[in-house]
Design a protein around this ligand. Sequence first.
Ligand code: ADE
Ligand code: ZN
Ligand code: ZN
Length: 271
Amino acid sequence: WGYLGHETVAFIAQNFVSQETSTWAQGILGDDGTSYLASVATWADSYRYTDEGEFTAGFHYIDANDDPPDTCNVDLERDCPEEGCIVSAIANYTSRVQSTTISSTEVQKALKWVIHFLGDIHQPLHDEALEAGGNGIDVTYDGEATNLHHIWDSDMPEQLVGGSSLSDAQTWAENLTTEIKSGSYASSAPSWLDGMDVDDVESSAMVWATETNKFVCSTVMPGGREAVETGDLSGDYYESSIGVIEERIARAGYRLAAWLDLIATGETTLG
Ligand code: ADE
Ligand code: ZN
Ligand code: ZN
């Protein structure tokens, strides 16, 4: 996701974490302000483009199957290379944020990665191999030449919200929080935590990746790549995708809250 998506996921999580978790995270981050999770949610994207952080570029995705819309699945053995992928990165940094033997700087980085990667794993094209998650699929959006990955990360969320600022993220998060608590997601939200086990992080992350990858077949490329390479995607294609994007962001935020509760306190009242 772009800034808007990651910050929205983080604000939703802020709305759902327990008081104890909130205090724990604020302590690690050294920030007791109103955006303590949101303001670090995109740090991992700046870091990956530094020389020092280059090794983390592959941690933002898993290159799963590459034959949509016929096949959508994720296979850890097949898809996660030795150097790592988003599933193994979530496992590694979930463990490191709980470590008592590494420096506080490293614990803080681990928390920033967990916040970021729980967002990315819910973007369908971060669980897809074809043309580097659609980065190599040229599309037209609102008259501009761009690529399929970018419109899912940024253009479509920004069209919905009408901006990409931190306050736009906060507003979107408030709306999605209401949908989770008492709106269209209220009846399904408890089941979003099914399969979540902080003692088996890879299995938990595989549940999220597998669920998210299915949308590549059903929603991102239901007509194959040729269909998205034709025409302007800011109309009908946007309309058929935006509901999925909203729910992906809502799920990521709610799951991040429960995940942080489990890391910080061993339990969550959510679900
Ligand atoms: N680079 C290679 N595969 C990618 C993916 N699925 N998402 C983002 N960047 C990638
Ligand atoms: Zn992306
Ligand atoms: Zn990322």
